[in-house]
Design a protein around this ligand. Structure first.
Ligand code: AMP
Ligand code: MG
Length: 472
């Protein structure tokens, strides 16, 4: 039986200004590393043996109904506007309707050069492909909106970075690949008709209740506010929150130099290219507001009288910090077992985080230990925790469900950097057992799993990963 993907493409119908048709490059000898059967079922992708899947997900064989293309977009990178980015190493095969009646993009990342590749080679190497596969699926299991991974293949080709590395392709699934930068692209070119068309398309696809460009702005703002609060609640640092990596659907997209924190540090940065710390952990809520302001600037250019809309757009953006804070507080309350609201909660949570920073405490393990009743062990000086613990106990007294709430909100397992790096090193040497093990454990992050105790452990001094590199 041949591999069947029930394509139903809509983006391709927007017309030529929105993309360029582009077939993936042929690669030497594709081999299937991973195929996400559960996700395949959701997408109604069926049939096909391992050999055929390797051909299709490497881009060597174009499945029936696909309309391969590279999307055009712009974006602010580290604050500087680039009027033309676009899919330089990704090719959209098309869209499918899932069994949940939602629409999904199926995209090959690392599938060869496109019109937007600039100096890049259009390729990906195995490391970033496996990182994105594992971390995006872990994120999904944590209940956080994200693009997903359907397949990973090795290409049998060498990709040149600092040296030669094994080439690979990731099949990425997203609610769409529309970004803030997609709108900036047309706004910067003064292409008002295209901007209107894209706005109508995004509303229909993602927010059918939204009214007009400002309705879309409000909907994206709300989705992004929830997303960033969710990242904060698991200690996730995206690393490259450029406007081209800020999705309209409100999903986490582009797992480049991303990382989860081990010990808590508000100013933590991992990305080797983020020298100023623009995208540090604690800066993320501020940066997403900045990104949404760029979306506002782009969207209002399609209005007959943009000046009149400035006031309303400004109000929409100005409301965003408090939306993030409300959601942040809701999520962190749950992390310390509180379902009800009380004044002083913000201070209680902030004081715990400060204590964690002062005492070099592990973010994930400390919160989980609150549920397990042994948090004292997480602090260098257990005495330092006691006053806070006493305050917390008093506050908790009226809560019915604290322990269950904490167990459901505080993961046992997150994809720790040193494990991801260990997994990549092993895979480059041809051993995928850790990749498979991590993929399996992270699928159920809130449950303690026998035999996985080592994956709870923060890195030893010599295991600490200080920088992650952009996933090119
Ligand atoms: P990213 O940092 O992954 O969000 O990528 C930013 C831009 O650089 C996008 O337009 C990518 O398509 C492009 N890009 C990144 N890596 C490559 C590559 N190896 N070849 C071509 N284009 C790339
Ligand atoms: Mg990107």
């Amino acid at each position: 039986m041949v591999l069947h993907i029930p394509f139903d493409n809509t983006y391709a119908r927007l017309g030529s200004g929105f993309y360029t048709n582009q077939s993936p490059a042929l690669v030497a000898s594709p081999q299937l590393i991973a195929f996400n059967q559960t996700l395949a079922e959701l997408l109604q992708v069926a049939g096909g043996d391992v050999l055929e899947m390797a051909q299709v997900f490497a881009g060597n064989q174009i499945p029936e109904g696909a309309a391969p293309l590279a999307q055009a977009y712009a974006g602010h990178q580290f604050g500087n506007f680039n009027p033309q980015l676009g899919d330089g190493r990704a090719i959209l095969l098309g869209e499918v309707l899932g069994t949940d009646s939602r629409r999904y993009d199926i995209q090959l990342k690392g599938a060869g050069p496109t019109q937007y590749s600039r100096q890049g080679d259009g390729r990906a190497w195995l490391g970033p492909v496996l990182r994105e596969y594992v971390v995006s699926e872990a994120m999904h299991a944590l209940g956080i909106p994200t693009t997903r991974a359907l397949a990973a293949v090795s290409t049998g080709e060498t990709v040149w970075r600092e040296g030669g590395l094994p080439g690979a392709v990731l099949t990425r699934v997203a609610s769409s690949h529309l970004r803030v930068g997609s709108f900036q692209y047309f706004a910067a070119r003064g292409e008002t008709e295209a901007l209107k068309k894209l706005t109508a398309y995004a509303i229909k696809r993602h927010y059918p209740q939204a009214q007009g460009p400002l309705g879309l702005l409000r909907a994206v703002r709300d989705a992004q506010a929830r997303l960033i609060a969710a990242w904060m609640s698991v200690g996730f640092i995206h690393g490259v929150m450029n406007t081209d990596n800020c999705s309209i659907s409100g999903e986490t997209i582009d797992y480049g130099p991303c990382a989860f924190m081990d010990h808590y540090r508000a100013e933590q940065v991992f990305s080797s290219i983020d020298r100023m710390g623009r995208y540090a952990y604690a800066n993320q809520p501020g940066i997403v507001v900045w990104n949404l302001a760029q979306l506002a600037t782009a969207l209002i250019q399609q209005l007959d009288n943009p000046q009149e809309a400035v006031e309303e757009a400004t109000a929409i953006i100005h409301a965003m910090p408090s939306l993030i804070e409300v959601e942040w507080l809701r999520l962190f309350r749950r992390k310390i077992g509180l379902e009800t609201l009380a004044s002083g909660d913000l201070e209680l949570i902030s004081d715990l985080l400060q204590l964690m920073a002062d005492e070099n405490a592990d973010f994930t393990n400390t919160f989980r230990a609150l549920a397990e009743g042994n948090a004292t062990d997480q602090f260098q000086d257990p005495k330092a925790f006691e006053p806070w613990q006493a305050r917390w106990m008093r506050r908790r007294a009226s809560e019915q469900n604290a322990e269950a709430l904490m167990r459901a909100s505080n993961p046992v397992y997150i994809p720790r950097n040193h494990r991801i790096e260990e997994m990549i090193a092993a895979a480059v040497a041809g051993d995928f057992t850790l990749f498979e093990r991590l993929s399996a454990v992270y699928q159920d992050p809130f449950a303690e799993q026998a035999g996985a105790e080592d994956l709870r452990r923060p890195p030893e001094v010599d295991e600490v990963v200080r920088a992650t590199f952009c996933g090119t």
